[in-house]
Each structure stands twice: as structure tokens, then as C-alpha cells.
Design a protein around this ligand. Sequence first.
Ligand SMILES: *[C@@H]1O[C@H](CO)[C@@H](O)[C@H](O)[C@H]1NC(C)=O
Ligand SMILES: *[C@@H]1O[C@H](CO)[C@@H](O)[C@H](O)[C@H]1NC(C)=O
Length: 225
Amino acid sequence: MAIVKNQSGSYVQFTVILIGLLLFPLPSRSSDPDPLQDFCIGDTKSEFSVNGFPCKPATKVTSDDFFFDGLSQEGNTSNLFGSNVTQANVVAFPGLNTLGISMNRVDFAPGGINPPHSHPRATETGVLINGKLLVGLITTGNVFYSKILSPGQMFVIPKGLVHFQMNVGEEKALTFTAFNSHLPGAVVVPRNLFASKPSVPDGVLTKAFQVDKRVIDEIKSKFGA
Ligand SMILES: *[C@@H]1O[C@H](CO)[C@@H](O)[C@H](O)[C@H]1NC(C)=O
Ligand SMILES: *[C@@H]1O[C@H](CO)[C@@H](O)[C@H](O)[C@H]1NC(C)=O
């Protein structure tokens, strides 16, 4: 390597790396930024828009701000996918504001699927409570990894990767998931591509999927698009 062989070469190399670091600083973290105070209960109704939500005045904070019972109820799975995601993100549970953490509850009917999706702002981990769940993820290099989980077993989905869960058991399935973001976001691939508003031009979808317009129309019609 140049660093070992040639002193003036290594000096140039070092200078180039230094300039690169100054111009394009490496991100110091890969999840939400750290909070700057003990807590900041989100004022989700505020007219101000910041990176997160403004804090509710500390004098108005009560015990209730630190607790949330929205995950105690089973979601209704009588829908297209046979699954229901109940979110406990900063919007539902403002106490999470700025803390870089959130959770979901996902209920599945037998055969139900949480369709391929990704979370642009978070790594996800989860534990299966009931049922038999196929969890799969696909890397940026198009390698597919999967496993069928039993209750008590966990999974992890690296930040941003496309993944899904499918109930492959005879009974209902239930999982609780956690994210290292107060608002992980979800790009649900089928809805994103076939049910956006306004819709993605047919010409883009026919070319991207190498099918004719009838196939695209049929898929769009399933999502009421
Ligand atoms: C999920 O369940 C809740 C509570 O039963 C229900 O209000 C909501 O419409 C369901 N969502 C979907 C997509 O079925
Ligand atoms: C679940 O949703 C379906 C479809 O919207 C509805 O017909 C049914 O009454 C709901 N079940 C419960 C328990 O709310």
C-alpha cells in the first residue's frame, strides 16, 4: 500500500482523507439524536414544526404523560392483509418525543401478512408472544434471510431493509416490536408503489415490473387506487 511504500504518497493520501472528512463528516450516530433534557413530552398539537415536537411545559406534565395503554387492545385483522399494526410512536404516545424509541403491536389472523415494508429511520427488533410467524428480510444485495419463530423468540431487522411477517400457524399470532426512533416511519411497498396519491405513472410501473398495463391496473384496483 502507498502508505507503507512511499512517504510523499502517504502524505497526499492523508490530506485527501482529511479534506474528505471535513467536507463530508461521518454521521456520529445511526438513530435519533440524543435528547437535550430529561424529557420533552411532545406537544403534538403545536403549530410549530421542529425536528420532533416542541415540549409541553414541564409544569403541566403529569404521570399520565409517561404511560400509554394503546397496545393493550387487539387490532382488528378483518382487512386485505389479515393483520393490524397498532403503533406506539411519538404521535400516539407523545411521552416518547426526542427519546429515540418506540414500539408497535402487530396482530395476525391465521394466514395474515404484514406486507413487505421498510422503516427509513429505525432498526427494528421484536418478540413473538403467540403463534407461529415467518419473518423475512431482504438485503440491499437481494439476499433473502428468514426464519419461522415460536413464542418467546426474537428477530432483528437492520435499519431500512425491506422485511415482512406472515402468520404460518393455525391460530392468531401476536408480536410486539421496538424501534430506535420515536417515529420510525413505514414504507409499505405495495401501497407505496400502487396506491400513492397521485399515482405513479403506469409507464413507470409497466417498465419496472416488465408486465403490461392490465397487470398494473389489476394490482392498483386491489388497493382502491
Ligand atoms: C386495526 O384495528 C383497530 C382497532 O380495532 C381499527 O380501528 C383499525 O381500523 C384497524 N386497522 C386496519 C388497517 O384494519
Ligand atoms: C372488524 O372490522 C370489520 C370490517 O371493518 C367489522 O365488520 C367488524 O365488526 C370489526 N370487528 C370488531 C370486533 O370490531
